[in-house]
Design a protein around this ligand. Structure first.
Ligand code: KIV
Length: 258
């Protein structure tokens, strides 16, 4: 029987792969019906905890959020981000990946980096850890403003080489973040594993966004973020009505008490 990871990679060239983030059971439960993969992203550091970067996110935070997300997923692949400084060498990486996988029961992990992580990812794959790569903009190490990656020839060659390396060492998919559109097409057409774009054009095999951004729970101004619904206005409406009913003793009526 095909593993869940193999089923995911086989989606390449069949239909677009739908990916989103989740940090809790309730969101995971709703998006799972529509997604192929749910990522417990370390973006939770900025989205939920107001951290300036993802660097303050700890392994334990990822495990706790991932455990909650696990409860909401029935069908999608569940991948968890390895936070900053949890994979500085292959032994540290394997120990921490095993811990995350065992405690959260996720299907695999995501690490930021290409050729620089060659030995580490090779070691993880050898030890049966499914690894998703992440290149282009890498939020754990980015300095300054987010900007498109792969415009200059040098950067283009480096990113292409990173993607090829990840494919060759056994990563099962790669996130391309803010990679210039023609380069994302070239990478997608020249590797056998799926590319998942974020700000990297529709040439990628799939797309990922932060769910809180598409629901309008954040005020993100990043160019690639499209807001599909203003969920906050629904929250306000419901809470306002609740307040009104408590004040006027409309709630709780007999139906709601014992
Ligand atoms: O941390 C995250 O949420 C991510 C994705 C948005 C790709 O890495």
């Amino acid at each position: 029987m095909l593993s869940r990871i193999s089923k995911f990679t086989l989606k390449k060239n069949k239909s677009k792969i739908i990916c989103l983030t989740a940090y809790s059971k309730n969101i995971a439960e709703e998006i799972d019906k529509y997604t192929d993969m749910i990522l417990v992203g370390d973006s939770l550091g900025s989205v939920l905890y107001n951290y300036k970067t993802t660097r303050k996110v700890t392994l334990q935070m990822m495990i706790e959020h991932a455990k909650s997300v696990r409860l909401g997923i029935k069908k999608s692949l569940m991948i968890v981000d390895m936070p900053y400084k949890t994979y500085r060498n292959k032994y540290e990486a394997l120990r921490n990946c095993k811990k995350i996988m065992k405690e959260s029961k996720c299907d695999g992990v995501k690490l930021e980096g290409g050729i620089k992580l060659k030995k580490i990812i090779q070691y993880l794959v050898k030890n049966k850890i499914p690894v998703m790569g992440h290149i282009g903009i890498m939020p754990q190490t980015v300095r300054g403003k987010f900007r498109v990656k792969g415009k200059s020839k040098k950067e283009k060659n480096e990113i292409f080489r990173d993607a090829k390396t990840l494919e060759n060492i056994g990563a099962f998919a790669i996130v391309l973040e803010c990679v210039e559109n023609k380069l994302s097409r070239e990478i997608t057409n020249n590797i056998k594993i799926p590319t998942i774009g974020i700000g990297s054009s529709y040439y990628c095999d799939g797309q990922i966004l932060v769910t809180d951004d598409i629901l309008g729970l954040t005020q993100s101004k990043i160019r690639f973020v499209k807001r599909y619904i203003d969920i906050k206005s629904h929250i306000r409406k419901g809470v306002k009505q609740y307040k009104k009913e408590v004040l006027t003793k409309k709630y709780p009526s007999k139906k709601y008490w014992y």
